[in-house]
Design a protein. Structure first.
Length: 364
């Protein structure tokens, strides 16, 4: 017989537990869980040290810092702003327009949120208020190219040293290509009216600048570049010769031979007769000792056989030395240049690299 009396103790406990569970669920639905207010980041160092997962949470940021670089012209999509405090440096994602009343040395109050950036954490959605005027840091830690390529110096204020190989303009910017001890790096600035940047070519310089990465869509670093505010951040340790063609003429077959205690490769001056010219790209000459093809953007047309002076930076080529960032000027009238007869086997051997040759064969 099944009893219809009061449930046994097991059933009473089970019903009570279900009732309590229902009450708890109902209470949870009616009472939202407590939320913790995210902490406000107050230094560049702690903002830049966030992990990617932390940076995407849009932590509130409130910094007081000094501007080390501001460039509203670098990209039509956004400007470039780096700020510095006692803990380090950080990139601030500002809009390209309007142009802000900022320059290197401006003290600013920055309110924004953390963002992952394209490579490392940044200050996103900033509101910027000018506090006053000061100066950029007078000192900066020395950085090698190898060190910068680790990404550890991202956005940071660094000092680099090298020989300027070329200067070119791009819109409102000037780009200086610098040969460091361990490789080439470009340094960009906003053009200053009346400034002479060409005087830096072949000078040994020290530059204070913010380091920035080149990267892929997967946030992987592929290179580095620098941003310096003004020519005041470029210290010339050894000035360049005003006229590179005043350098003694070097035979081509003496280039890149052993020289003790060479710290940097400076420009050289060579002279030879034109064997080939691709205007605005390259120029090949022969001086009687050896042939040489140089890279040059200079577009002055020449004829085969013209005598020219060439000044530029010696570099290793595939088979023979080459010269980069070259300039040239005519040095005399034309003269016939004889081609050296070679066989196909001799041509592939490489012994006539950059020379004018003559070869016979059947057109197929």
């Amino acid at each position: 017989m099944i009893s219809t009396s009061t449930p046994d103790p097991w059933r009473r406990g089970h019903i009570l537990a279900l009732a309590l569970l229902w009450i708890g669920v109902a209470g949870a639905r009616g009472q939202p869980p407590a939320t913790q207010t995210p902490r406000t980041l107050t230094t560049a160092g702690e903002t830049h040290s966030l992990t990617h997962e932390e940076a995407v949470r849009a932590y509130p940021i409130h910094l007081r810092a000094v501007v080390t670089y501001y460039d509203p012209y670098i990209d039509s999509r956004h400007g470039a702003l780096f700020v510095h405090d006692s803990t380090g440096d950080i990139f601030v994602a500002v809009a390209a327009r309007p142009v802000l009343p900022l320059r290197a040395g401006t003290v600013v109050d920055v309110v924004g949120v953390s963002g992952p950036g394209d490579f490392a954490p940044i200050v996103d959605r900033p509101r910027i208020r000018v506090i006053g005027e000061s100066h950029v840091p007078a000192e900066a830690p020395r950085a090698s190219l190898a060190r910068m390529l680790t990404g550890a110096t991202d956005a940071q204020w660094v000092e680099v040293e090298g020989v300027v190989h070329s200067v070119r303009k791009s819109g409102r910017n000037v780009i200086v290509n610098l040969a460091m001890r361990d490789g080439m790096v470009s340094a960009t600035t906003v053009e200053e009216e009346g400034a002479d940047y060409d005087r830096l070519i072949d000078a040994e310089v020290r530059i204070h600048a913010n380091a920035a990465p080149l990267f892929t869509k997967n946030r992987q670093m592929t290179g580095v570049r620098l941003f310096f505010a003004t020519l005041a951040e470029v210290k010339v340790a050894k000035p360049a010769l005003a006229d590179p063609f005043a350098l003694p003429i070097r035979p081509i077959n003496h280039l890149l031979q052993f020289t003790a205690n060479v710290a940097a490769l400076h420009r050289v001056h060579i002279r030879g007769r034109v064997t080939l010219q691709w205007i605005g790209q390259s120029l090949c000459i022969h001086d009687g000792t050896q042939g040489l093809c140089v890279s040059t953007v200079k577009a002055t047309p020449l004829k085969v056989g013209d005598l020219v002076d060439v000044a530029g930076f010696p570099a290793a080529g595939g088979y023979t030395p080459t010269i980069t960032d070259a300039t040239f000027r005519p040095a005399g009238g034309g003269h016939p240049v004889s081609a050296t007869p070679v066989t196909a086997e001799q041509a592939f051997y490489g012994g006539h690299d950059s020379e004018l040759i003559e070869i016979e064969g059947q057109l197929i």
